[in-house]
Design a protein around this ligand. Structure first.
Ligand code: ADP
Ligand code: MG
Length: 682
């Protein structure tokens, strides 16, 4: 039997030798099939050329014009020659410049008409076009594909290889999507879709093709994520059922919020399920995630299991240690701290308590990961501020127990539309309620002219015994300059803006011990003002800090501003956040206005998504999550929810996709998820 041409190596195509194959490999294209899945990033629409007169300079146009004169080759300097070609239609003339290609210039014949595609420059009297794409006439498709390229590969090469590849597609070929699904969701067949995505016969045909392929992509991603979830569902012997949490609850100085209670319940459900917890706890800054982890650690303790909580910085680890040991030790749950700055003797003591089973909770930093840290009976693993840790680190921590339960805490709210896709392999608990009595941080956007008043306001707060954060963005690309600008700013604050107050400074170039000391001094109230670059972003808790001023606020993303702002408003006082930005852009004004209007991290994340796209959210999970090639998470939300609905139905009916009619889907899902390791994505 003849081999399926789609599975042939890319060299099977005309004109593809070793060299071109290497270029294709850089784009992830190795065989004919993967070439067909290399979709255009744009199209040139030759169906509606404009006249030269209509083509306003500064934009890209398709123009049909006749060559009436050709200039001679001009050598500008060594290795650079240009050809000027003068073209006209009945409305005006245009000068076309071709660089370094006698071949391209000679192909243009005087008296003949061509289609020129490119950016029009010059002015209204003298239009020009440099290095245009030129077509003699349009064959077949009126929309020509524009492909993502790499060095050594031209759009023409890809287009002609694609034309040949498409001839191997047989009508009647088995579709990945069963016909009943295609019918109920109005999706065209795969052969038609691939033809029309590359060489559409009309805009409508291209849109139908895109819809089909985007739907397929969303569906694949969701089915794949659910299967990952299933794959990780191995059983565990860590069973914690019906723990009595009343001693814990009654020792709390406050009532838990309903959201906290719900998340604890969800965690307890995992504990008694016989399958390891693999859960993300998402909650805005200040929503009380630590208490959820504490309740679950107490539950583990009451069943005789040890727990561990790993934080990304020493200061956070120490803060957690203080909170948790004060809460849990009186209940008999011995707690130890393990961080890099402890003496060898202190560390050995902590490790001994964990190995012997004398301590039930370990709180620390990366120091926990060392081989010498052993547990007698580790049942519950928590990591705080999850995106700071890599998969490998989290796995290493979990390997210190036998299939322990894992909770990952994140303070970055992810828009609901994205959460399912990004975290589809984890169960998600959401803390969507702040503890009672929390006053939202009053937020103002001011320009340079109100700076004096802002510092006056801050001074008043300091006089009342409060503390303040001043945040500088990293203005310079160059690190030395950056440092200089932060230090200069600091001097100005001490001498001009806030004279007479104690000021500390925190930035990325300090040694860890130095940073540590500054943060501790601020936390203990020995410093009144903390000037900082964004290192302060992660979790530091200083309830007495009631005001934050953010310089050049336009340089931060909304989610980042929200994270920063979460450092104030942690105490009982009314707090304030002042966004200084003289940037006049309309979009900037709108962004900052969102900050002033709401303190709901989910709303802000949605806005961020609309304004900046999903890249920032995906950034935190760039570890081999399949990329979307054609579907757009922001534009195609309707399609996304249709695909999600279908994924749920399919999995309810056929969780492993083993039925013969789902064979195509099974193939589709396997491909992009092949790279993902056994331990999953988190
Ligand atoms: P985050 O979710 O940002 O990690 P934390 O766990 O640090 O929040 O909690 C923020 C503050 O709120 C802490 O000082 C904590 O003691 C307090 N807190 C937590 N839960 C409650 C509650 N239910 N009522 C009042 N205060 C609470
Ligand atoms: Mg926290």
């Amino acid at each position: 039997m003849e081999r399926d041409p789609l599975k042939q190596d890319i060299c099977y195509l005309k004109g593809v030798g070793e060299k071109r194959a290497a270029c294709y490999a850089r784009l992830g294209i190795t065989d004919v099939y993967s070439l067909l899945r290399h979709y255009p990033r744009d199209y040139i629409d030759y169906s509606n050329p404009v006249s030269i007169m209509e083509a306003s300079p500064g934009e890209t146009w398709v123009i049909r014009a006749r060559v009436f004169k050709k200039g001679r080759e001009q050598r500008i300097r060594k290795g650079l020659s240009v050809f000027k070609i003068f073209v006209t239609d009945d409305t005006a003339d245009m000068t076309v410049t071709i660089f370094n290609s006698r071949f391209a210039a000679e192909a243009l014949k005087e008296g003949e008409s061509y289609l020129f595609y490119g950016k029009v420059t010059g002015n209204l009297l003298r239009r020009e076009m440099n290095s245009p794409q030129v077509l003699r006439e349009v064959r077949g498709a009126v929309m020509q594909p524009v492909y993502p390229l790499t060095d050594g590969l031209t759009n023409k090469m890809v287009s002609s290889n694609m034309e040949q590849a498409l001839t191997f597609l047989k009508d009647g070929r088995n579709d990945y999507l069963p016909v009943d699904i295609r019918e109920s969701y109005h999706l065209c067949g795969i052969v038609e879709a691939l033809h029309n995505i590359h060489f559409p016969s009309s805009l409508a045909a291209q849109q139908a093709a895109k819809r089909r392929l985007a739907f397929e992509e969303f569906l694949t991603l969701q089915l794949g994520m659910s299967q990952l979830k299933l794959r990780n569902r191995k059983s565990t012997s860590v069973l914690i059922s019906q723990p009595d949490l009343s001693p814990f609850f009654s020792s709390l100085p406050f009532e838990l919020t309903n959201a906290q209670k719900r998340c604890i319940e969800e965690g307890l459900g995992d504990f008694e399920s016989g399958v390891p917890m693999n859960r993300l706890l998402q909650g805005d800054v200040g929503s009380g995630k630590t208490m959820v982890a504490a309740a679950l650690a107490y539950a583990a303790f009451s069943a005789g299991y040890q727990s561990v909580l790993m934080a990304p910085t020493e200061i956070l680890a120490k803060q957690h240690y203080k909170t948790l040991s004060e809460l849990l030790e009186p209940l008999g749950c011995k707690t130890v701290l393990l961080v890099g700055s402890m003496t060898a003797k202190q560390k050995a003591g902590a490790r001994e308590a964990l190995a012997s089973g004398g301590a039930f909770l370990a709180v620390g930093t990366h120091a926990l990961l060392q081989q010498s840290t052993e547990f007698q009976n580790l049942g519950f693993v928590v990591t705080d501020e999850q995106h700071r840790f890599g998969v490998a680190q989290r796995t290493r921590l979990a390997e210190k127990g036998e299939r322990p339960h894992i909770l990952v805490m994140s303070a970055t709210p992810i828009p609901r539309t994205l959460a399912l896709i990004i975290y589809g392999d984890l169960d998600v608990s959401v803390l969507d309620e702040l503890p009672k009595g929390r006053k939202p941080v009053e937020t103002y956007h001011i320009g340079e002219s109100k700076r004096e008043r802002a510092y006056g306001f801050i001074a008043k707060q300091l006089d009342k015994g409060r503390q303040a954060f001043l945040i500088c963005p990293l203005i310079e690309e160059n690190e030395e300059l950056q440092l200089a600008s932060v230090e200069e700013y600091c001097k100005k604050v001490e001498k001009v803006y806030l004279p007479g107050y104690t000021v500390g400074i925190l930035h990325g170039k300090q040694k860890p011990a130095e940073k540590q000391k500054v943060m501790e001094d601020f936390a203990a109230g020995r410093l009144q003002v903390l000037i900082s670059t964004t290192v302060v972003e992660v979790g530091i808790d200083v309830p007495n800090a009631s005001v934050m001023l953010i310089e050049n606020a336009e340089r931060f993303g909304l989610s980042q501003l929200h994270q920063l702002r979460g450092r104030v408003g942690r105490g009982a006082e009314q707090s304030a956040c002042i966004l200084v930005s003289s940037h006049r852009g309309e979009e900037n004004r709108r962004r900052l206005e969102v900050m002033c209007r709401t303190s709901d991290g989910f709303v802000i994340a949605e806005e961020d998504l609309k304004l900046r796209g999903p890249g920032d959210f995906f950034g935190e999970r760039q570890h081999g999550l399949p990329k979307l090639k054609i579907a757009d998470m922001v534009q195609d939300t309707r399609l996304l929810s249709e695909a999600r609905g279908l994924a749920e139905e399919l999995l309810a009916e056929d969780p492993q996709l083993t039925s013969p009619k789902h064979r195509g889907l099974r193939v589709l899902v396997r491909e992009p998820f092949r790279q993902i390791p056994e331990s999953g994505l988190h």
